[in-house]
Ligand binder design. Structure first.
Ligand SMILES: Cc1ncc(COP(=O)(O)O)c(C=O)c1O
Length: 366
């Protein structure tokens, strides 16, 4: 099997070697503060007894699993604490493929690139369903693509890279399709706290033993380096997922889980609201500049990415490098996310320098 180096590593290393100041809008690392309780939880942890530095339960700290379960309205037994949403997606997709109901994984185009990568790694095959210009996924297209061969349908809402947020009706239809095909809907909801539309609905709100919900604190608490996420499985799928998690990782990080637990318990809703407001402001600034540059772009309803297309300057890897050299702004090439957006760039609005980046782009293209 050939494993490809994720493209964003290549873009980041080109940007870091550039002979000029470059604004990094490549990957989704929040630049804002984590919750105060997270920092204090971590500090406090440093002074704990040696036993607190040893293996936690493989499936995650019990109190953390209970806290997550209470918030999500599920049984704590269904919750596996993972190394971020990345591992949660891996476990979910592995579980779906292990049911031996088929090898096909239905994905969207554009797609978060780790899903097709994991599909290949797990021995599955990909079928892509195109979304519309605004990132909307038509359930009837998923129904037409899905079949007896379908093991999983993997979706992400709020979406990276389109910024789309799927409404309750779409989620209900997706779960129904998974049930009809005896497949598993994997709903990656890692950007749920960045729903700017008020229309987000978790797949958890639909009772079914054909859906797995994945999530993490990486984005919501601005801690992509902590590696704490979780997956919520139907009861009949959870036991083997815990075994796989244990065989791959032994366990997750105990101090990180502890600090997340503290932050979950002590962080008020206004922390999340402030971060959404910050993003709203950045979206306005950035899309305003794209208007001035005469670009076509997506206005995110959630997550923190903007896709843009500049006339005569397609978002190829070569032009991503060129934009770094010519404007000092680093984004991602659209074809990292599938064929349909190969002309587009993706910019992550997770830098305090969005305004400067916007000015640079409007100067370059106006
Ligand atoms: C859609 C999506 N899922 C999962 C992840 C990975 O999340 P984590 O850092 O929690 O593993 C990302 C990170 O950018 C993402 O955009």
């Amino acid at each position: 099997m050939e494993y490809e180096t994720p493209l964003f590593f290549r873009v980041m290393s080109y940007a870091s070697e550039a002979d000029r100041d470059v604004i990094d809008m490549v990957s989704g690392n929040p630049d804002w503060e984590p919750p105060a309780a997270l920092r204090s939880g971590l500090r406090e942890y440093a002074d704990r007894e040696p036993s607190a530095f040893q293996y936690p339960p493989s499936e995650g700290l019990r109190e953390l699993r209970e806290e997550i379960a209470a918030r999500r309205g599920v049984d704590a037994d269904q919750v596996v604490v993972t190394n971020g949403a990345g591992e949660a997606n891996y476990l979910a997709m592995a579980r779906a493929l292990e049911r031996d109901r088929g090898e096909e994984v239905v994905l969207t185009d554009p797609v978060y690139p780790y899903y097709p990568g994991k599909t290949t790694m797990l021995g599955g095959t990909q079928t892509f369903v195109a979304v519309d210009d605004e990132g909307r996924l038509e359930p009837s297209d998923v129904r037409a693509a899905a079949s007896e061969e379908t093991a999983a349908i993997v979706v992400n809402t709020p979406n990276n890279p389109t910024g789309a947020v799927y409404d309750g009706e779409t989620m209900r239809e997706l779960v129904a399709i998974a049930e009809e095909c005896d497949a598993i809907l994997v709903s990656d909801e890692v950007y749920d706290h960045f729903d700017l539309s008020g229309r987000f609905e978790s797949a958890l709100s639909i009772e079914s033993d054909h859906r797995i919900v994945t999530n993490a604190f990486s984005k919501s608490m601005a801690i992509t380096g902590f590696r704490v996420g979780y997956a919520i499985f139907p009861s009949d799928l959870v036991v083997d997922a815990k075994s796989r998690h244990m065989l791959v990782n032994v366990a997750g990080s105990r101090p990180a889980q502890y600090a997340v637990l503290r932050a979950l318990r002590e962080t008020e809703p206004d922390y999340y609201e402030r971060n959404r407001d910050l993003l709203r402001g950045r979206i306005e600034t950035f899309t305003g500049a794209l208007d001035a540059a005469g670009a076509e772009y997506t206005t995110p309803r959630g997550s923190f990415y903007v896709m843009a297309r500049f006339d005569g300057y397609p978002g190829t890897l070569e032009n991503v490098y060129r934009l770094i050299d010519e404007a000092g702004v680093a984004g991602m090439p659209g074809d990292a996310f599938g064929e349909s957006r190969s002309e587009w760039f993706r910019f992550a609005l997770v830098t305090p320098r969005v305004e400067t980046a916007a000015e640079r782009l409007s100067t370059r293209f106006a």
